[in-house]
Design a protein around this ligand. Sequence first.
Ligand SMILES: [Zn+2]
Length: 447
Amino acid sequence: MIWNEKMETLSRAEMQELQSERLRKLVAYVHERVPFYQRQFAEAGITPADIQDIRDLTKLPFTRKSDLRDHYPFGLFAVPREEVIRVHASSGTTGKPTVVGYTRDDLQVWAEVCARCLALSGAKPGDWFQNAYGYGLFTGGLGMHYGAEYMGVGVIPVSGGNTARQIMILQDFQPDIMACTPSYALTLADRLLEAGIDPSSLRVRSFILGAEPWTEEMRQELEAKLQVDAVNIYGLSEIIGPGVSNECVEAKDGAHIMEDHFLPEVVDPETGEPLPEGQVGELVFTTLTKQALPLIRYRTGDLASLTYEPCSCGRTLARMSRVVGRVDDMIIVRGVNVFPSQVEAALLTVEHVAPHYAIVLTREDHLDRMEVQAEVTPEFFNRVGAEVFGRHPFEAVGEIQQLQERVRYTLREALGLNVAVTLLPPGQAPRSEGGKLRRVIDKRVLK
Ligand SMILES: [Zn+2]
């Protein structure tokens, strides 16, 4: 079902008109209420009158995570303390968290967009929902909780962790829908299978997965193991929490953005220039209706692309691709933006290659050179590789060269770049040892 038939199927012209009207109001609202935006607009030499429709969006300055940090905890709030009836916070990896606030109307919008996400994931009123997102300062648990209640879905607020209890509830309460992180869904699937529980004995038919990046390969694995639909939900606390976008269960081809509330853009992470439809860049959102913490052109740091193509589910809402990486991970090779996750995704499509790799950047004659060192699978290595990497017989060398050529071709198609490829025996590429894995070795001399 489509939860909000009217808003989710507007024509492009109707949507743009609505967005323009809301943008005009928003700009006047923040200019009146938030000193930070008064200064930002003055520095950019604009007044609210300069913003007439969404084509004027690029005149507006960006807002960054550091702006929220610099105004910790409530400096960017647009309403007095008494009107804030909920706060959440995201755990900062360093120092203070990012604090977000909601008015009563904000909470209503949040419930509405989360209800849309549940419907996108296949839920309908009368269903039961096992919510394994964390409850607390994290937005995941309570965001989905109120969306489900608003929809008329029965919530089991189990929160995260305690796998034995999650499985007991799946078996005894028989919910129709479940939400958790993709990595936790994998843990659950494995524990179910270990315990000899047949997934078809469970009523659950959809898993709503988010809060961390995952891949198409993981979807296939989860859907096969759990015998469910696995769909991606996207959100971030600065924009509202979960509910910014969600894949439809019908197409599973990009997440529909609630663009009547969150106006999306994709910009070049380096220059800030808007990028055309389909091109990967940094996702930027403007909150069109938020009251407590409205944000103008917020740089998410997430890398994805947008499409406005109609979807087979009947919704006209724009769709965003999966998040392919973070801006901080981006490398620039001969003027082309490259993300390690793109390399990983490309390698995963080549048979006999394992998703363990390193990227080595060097500079020769003032030109960047990129080399991808990728491991072959143990099966491939045992069949032909062991001899190649050891004794180099002719036939096997041929097979290795063919594989190398296939990887080179795949990477060129995926990245739009010629790269050198070296195949490694299993176990030779860097592995995560708890900390952040360094896959990129940049040996270029800084200019
Ligand atoms: Zn769709």
